[in-house]
Design a protein around this ligand. Structure first.
Ligand code: BES
Ligand code: MG
Ligand code: ZN
Length: 493
């Protein structure tokens, strides 16, 4: 775990550390600072670069021993300078910190100039990579050695922005929080657990947190959410966080999350294989909590509201049945044809409630909504849909900025035909075996009115991706926190 990242204007050779990291692009020429590092190692660095066949290819490295105050120096290849994008910096930093962990380095210095970290976006990305690459989740190991996390202190030397480093720390910590919350199993990460996290984050300046229970939701007319929740003994919660960092009268931006703490499928029970992974069905809500945590730390000048619907989806004598008809918060009636298509039911109420109560200037929802998005895009991208080109452009721009991929799917009118019910207004299924992710999107569209809105189906990205190196080897990724924080911040400028 990266505990701290400091910035120092000193040169890398004059800061005490277990390990110093410096970078080289194709061409392999040594900078002035690298020549100083070379003399700390009595010329071993230049010899190693020459003799080892080091070619500065991306991710390749050589390491030499230094002296008692700078124990080791590693040179990392960064590849072709023209090809080196911010996400490569994030990726490389994650590789670097993993190597540092292998060598049990507790303090590392990074020669900022050698990686081009004088540019703000690169500095932020690199520092995020250090934090995310060092992430591990060992809370349930009883063996002390396995449980132990070695905190690493990083000093970025040379010309780098302290403000960017601090932003990266806040964002890195917030992605880690999203990962942690998601990785806890369903017997721990209950709706109450999520609500408690929201309350803790909401202790920060400019926050208000409200928790609604099942009865409150029922009274409000959230028939779709309550239909899902009625089969679960574990108490359901709607979690509402208001952040007012902007002007008092300004309408907020809204984030809505699916917080299904366990999705068994309900009466339309899922098959047993990989059912354990359905503890991750609350990853949309951890994305929202992650963003709100970054907001709490960075206090951007804007208003944001977050709404999370959280429950388990369980079978039982009180569970809803296929064929049941429920009435959502906005008055639309829904025929439940499969109790496993529960995410859209929960979101139907959370979205229409958010629109009604807050009239947001824009709204994004995050949900592990369909297995179909994995068939379409694998663990490579989320599937996104929306009703507003400008907001979609913002999402795509922030996707480019952060390396968190999105791919837009169409919501042509014909798809909405597929969710019409014979007996109610709509049904919670589309055409059999067709365009499952889009069916989810057009269903949600029924509950957003004219509010500019984007739906992100993150079922393929919330867990599963293991590349680039800043993704964990197993467990939740915290996908979405970075892209959304970037988008919100761009709205202020
Ligand atoms: N949470 C699941 C979606 C899911 C499945 C995410 C597998 C990640 C991996 C969702 O609630 C669900 O069960 N969706 C159904 C919808 C279907 C019944 C229309 C699905 O995708 O099978
Ligand atoms: Mg389901
Ligand atoms: Zn689900």
């Amino acid at each position: 775990m990266v505990k701290e990242i400091k910035v120092s204007s000193k040169s890398a050779d004059s800061v005490k550390a277990d390990l110093c990291i410096t970078g080289m692009f194709d061409g392999k020429s040594m900078s002035k600072d690298q020549k100083s590092l070379d003399s700390v190692c009595s010329g071993a660095l230049s010899s190693a670069v020459e003799l080892s066949g080091f070619d500065a290819k991306f991710g390749k490295s050589v390491q030499v021993f230094g002296n008692s105050s700078l124990k080791r120096v590693s040179v990392y290849g960064a590849g072709d300078k023209a090809e080196f994008k911010t996400d490569n910096a994030r990726d490389l930093a994650a590789m670097i910190v993993k190597d540092a962990q292998k060598h049990e380095a507790k303090s590392i210095t990074v020669d900022a100039g050698s990686f081009g970290l004088n540019r703000d976006a690169f500095c932020q990305a690199f520092c995020e990579g250090l934090i995310l690459g060092a992430y591990s989740f060992n809370e349930y190991k009883s063996d002390k050695k396995e449980k132990k996390v070695t905190p690493i202190t990083v000093t970025v030397t040379g010309n780098a922005s302290a403000a960017m480093v601090n932003k990266a720390l806040a964002i890195g910590d917030s992605v880690s929080l999203a990962r942690d919350v998601s990785n806890h199993p369903a017997n721990i990460a209950t709706p109450t657990f999520l609500a408690n996290h929201a309350k803790r984050i909401g202790k920060a300046k400019n926050f208000k947190v409200k928790i609604l229970d099942y009865k409150d939701c029922k009274k409000l007319g959230m028939g779709a959410f309550c239909g899902v929740a009625q089969g679960a003994k574990e108490p359901a919660k709607a979690i509402i966080m208001e952040y007012m960092g902007g002007e008092k009268g300004d309408k907020p931006f809204a984030l809505v999350g699916k917080g299904l703490t366990f999705d068994s499928g309900g009466i339309s029970l899922k098959p047993g294989a990989k059912m354990d992974e359905m503890k991750f069905d609350m990853c949309g809500s951890s994305t929202v909590l992650g963003v709100m945590n970054a907001i709490a730390e960075l206090q951007p000048k804007m208003n944001v509201v977050a709404v999370i619907g959280s429950t388990e989806n369980m079978p039982g004598s009180n569970a809803q049945r296929p064929g049941d008809i429920v009435t959502a918060y906005n008055g639309k009636t829904i025929e439940i044809l499969n109790t496993d298509a529960e995410g859209r039911l929960l979101l139907a109420d959370m979205l229409s409630y958010t629109v009604d109560k807050y009239k947001p200037v824009g709204m994004i929802d995050f949900a592990t909504l369909t297995g179909a998005v994995l068939i379409a895009l694998g663990h490579k991208s989320s599937g996104v849909m929306g009703n507003n080109d400008d907001l979609m452009k913002e999402v795509k721009k922030s996707s480019d900025n952060t390396g968190e991929r999105v791919w837009e799917l169409p919501m042509w009118e014909e798809y909405s035909e597929d969710i019409k019910s014979k007996i109610a207004d709509i049904k919670n299924l589309g055409a059999p075996m067709q365009a499952g992710t889009i069916a989810g999107g057009v269903f949600l569209q029924e509950f957003v009115g004219d509010t500019p809105w984007v739906h992100m189906d993150i079922a393929g990205m919330a867990w599963g991706p293991t590349k680039p190196s800043y993704q964990p080897k197993n467990g939740a990724t915290g996908y979405g926190v970075r892209i959304v924080y970037d988008l919100l911040e761009n709205r202020i400028k």
